[in-house]
Write a protein that binds this ligand. Structure first.
Ligand code: URA
Length: 208
């Protein structure tokens, strides 16, 4: 139940064509008053890419540029994400991308547990609509949904089965921009994705 003390600014829909299967959901996101982030956002950032899609990437939350445009990963992290996708022959046009929270945390602070919980139902419904074969979590906040209590440094790049899909924890691209050595680590982790998409259950990435 939304906190009635919170008032959301007028809804601004994303600046691009929305797949019909998620149009209603994106409108709900645009009107969402369920947490304090609704007070400070410019645009909501529900997600981008085709629905359904075999590959889904889940980041943390929108930054300044994303908040301005209503699209995920359009800043520097996004440029590196595009490079990573290119190494496996994919692009934004054929990958679904979203975040655990759909509104920018002020000053790019970490999302709070209450904010992640308030957005949780949107993420569930997106996964239902997208029906990905592989989900790559980018950073510790999306990782925690499937791997609570784990450390990213211990499990990055190791795929686990979650129902009928694979979930692969990855570092966040921003971490690789801060610590250059992680760029190569992320590139290597991304190389697990094609085998998982192809249904290769003997992938080296698979946990024992
Ligand atoms: N970082 C994220 O986690 N998501 C974005 O959309 C942009 C930067």
């Amino acid at each position: 139940m939304a906190d009635p003390r919170l008032t959301a600014p007028p809804a601004l829909l994303p600046l691009y064509e929305v797949p019909p299967a998620v149009a209603g959901l994106y409108e709900e996101v645009a009107d969402c008053p369920a947490c304090i982030l609704a007070r400070t956002r410019s645009r909501t950032v529900p997600g981008s890419g085709p629905v359904p899609s075999d590959l889904m990437l889940i980041g943390e939350g929108p930054g300044q540029r994303e908040d301005e445009l209503g699209l995920p990963f359009v800043g520097r992290s996004g440029q590196f994400l595009d490079e990573l996708l290119d190494t496996i022959g994919r692009s934004r046009q054929d990958v679904y991308v979203t975040n655990v929270v759909k509104c920018r945390p002020p000053a790019n602070r970490d999302p709070e547990p209450a904010e992640i919980a308030a957005c949780g139902d949107f993420l569930e419904r997106q996964i239902e609509a997208v029906q990905p074969r592989v989900i790559a979590t980018l950073g510790r906040f999306s990782m925690a949904r499937w791997f609570p209590g784990e450390r990213i440094s211990s499990i990055h790049g190791r795929a686990s089965r979650a129902g009928d899909r694979w979930v692969v924890p990855m570092y966040h691209p921003a971490a690789a921009l801060r610590a250059g050595a992680l760029r190569e680590v992320m590139k290597q982790d991304f190389q697990q994705i094609p085998a998982l998409l192809a249904g290769d259950t003997n992938s080296k990435a698979t946990r024992p």
